[in-house]
Design a protein around this ligand. Structure first.
Ligand code: DSN
Length: 418
């Protein structure tokens, strides 16, 4: 007889209750955090599988532990699928998430004190692209470029000038809060001119790229990093694509340079997500994500919000809410009470502090996964506008939350069991 093996509710009712509460919350609310999504039931099952039990330091065929007969097949399958999906020469699926993937790139190519260049965080970049408080801004000499004051788009003239002056070893192009298409070829030309390696961080864009809704940097950049859980809709994880000539450096930097054993349950789920992303319906999904964001942006503009750059080419909007007499944080907190979840965010040249900035970031990956379309986007803009009118009125917020819940009930979310 096997030992008693209780279920989660039997073993730990407190955690089981919290899981149920989170299920309810993700079901009943409109989730607009641009970096979030709903992973499918299949991806969730792979993430919760026996592969969580297995250690496998090394790479398929060259491990430091025995018993890899199945794990090697999982990692090879994930790599094979991702290579086909993105047209990559080499893929590493072991980074624990996006920040470790980026750190591996620094470790592969740089020494402490080397010069690196990236988009500044307040202009829509990421911490790991050389921001001052990040290890990447402390261990490397970081040069940061920004967006133009006139139109809030990346200033490629500034990128070129700064690159010529500083001659960085790595030139990062990648964003977390930038609503416009990245011109990877223009970055390539600048990197070539100054002898830099070009690294594209497409964490936010990976699903749009393989769905054909954003140009791909694979084959243009020397290295491409990404998370696996945003528009790509997989489990929490990371991946690195590179040209074959950089494969050994990248693999060595990930393991043994930065990490120990890969999270094999995550690798299995990444393989599953790659399979889902290769289906024709994923192309429709990627296109719908962008169209929903554009519809929402137009409706917010009509309602008098300050939509940065006047709209979007991708899955997110950056919105200055000053014209509504509120701040990003006040609005985000009021919206949460009204059943709409997003994050407050600095806007370019924000006069306010990052902990209470002038804007909010709004993303459409999650609502699109639920099948919500343009009609719902127009309602979302209306709800957001109504919240700005009575941000402290409990009854009004509760009324909106009830309307949100009613709409959510019509669009079941994959992977959610309530
Ligand atoms: N935290 C992610 C985001 O929200 O964009 C970036 O790492």
């Amino acid at each position: 007889m096997p030992a008693f093996d209780p279920t989660l509710p039997e073993s730990d009712p407190e955690i089981a209750r919290l899981v149920a509460e989170e299920n309810r919350l993700e079901n009943d609310k409109i989730r607009l955090i641009a970096s979030e999504n709903y992973a499918s039931r299949a991806v969730m099952e792979a993430t919760g599988s026996v592969f969580t039990n297995k250690y496998s330091e090394g790479y398929p065929g060259k491990r430091y532990y025995e018993g890899q007969q199945v794990v090697d097949q999982v990692e090879e399958l994930a790599v094979r699928r991702l290579k086909a999906l993105f047209g990559a020469e080499h893929v590493n699926v072991q980074p624990y998430s996006g920040s470790p993937a980026n750190l591996a790139v620094y470790f592969a190519f740089c020494n402490p004190g080397d010069t690196v260049m990236g988009l500044a965080l307040p202009a829509g970049g990421h911490l790991t692209h050389g921001h001052t408080v990040s290890i990447t801004g402390k261990y490397f000499k970081s040069v940061q470029y920004g967006v133009r004051k006139s139109d809030h788009r990346i200033d490629m003239d500034q990128v070129r000038d700064l690159a010529r002056q500083s001659r960085p070893k790595l030139l990062w192009c990648g964003t977390t809060a930038y609503p416009r298409t990245l011109d990877f070829q223009a970055f390539r030309a600048i990197a070539d001119e100054v002898g830099a390696l070009l690294v594209a961080d497409v964490a936010h864009l990976a699903g749009l790229i393989c769905g054909g809704a954003h140009p791909s940097p694979v084959g243009i950049a020397d290295v491409v990093t990404s998370t696996t859980h945003k528009t790509f809709r997989g489990p929490r994880g990371g991946m690195i694509f590179c040209k074959e000539k950089h494969a050994a450096a990248i693999d060595k930097a990930v393991f043994p340079g930065l990490q120990g054993g890969p999270h094999n349950h995550v690798t299995a789920a990444i393989a599953g997500a790659a399979n889902e992303a290769s289906r024709p319906e994923f192309k429709t999904y990627a296109k719908d994500v962008v169209e929903n964001a554009q519809t929402l942006g137009a409706a917010l503009t009509d309602a008098g919000f300050g939509v940065i750059t006047g709209g979007t080419d991708n899955h997110l909007l950056l919105v200055d809410v000053t014209s509504k007499g509120t701040t990003g944080k006040q609005l985000a907190q009021a919206l949460d009470r009204a059943g709409i979840v997003l994050n407050y965010n600095a806007v370019p040249f924000d006069p306010r502090k990052p902990f209470d900035p002038s804007g909010v970031r709004i993303g459409t990956p999650s609502v699109t996964t639920r099948g919500m379309g343009k009609d719902v986007m127009v309602r979302i803009a209306d709800w957001i506008n109504r919240v700005t009118q009575k941000p402290t009125d409990d009854a009004s917020l509760a009324r909106i939350a009830a309307e949100v819940k009613e709409v959510c009930a019509k669009y079941p979310a994959p992977g959610i069991r309530v």
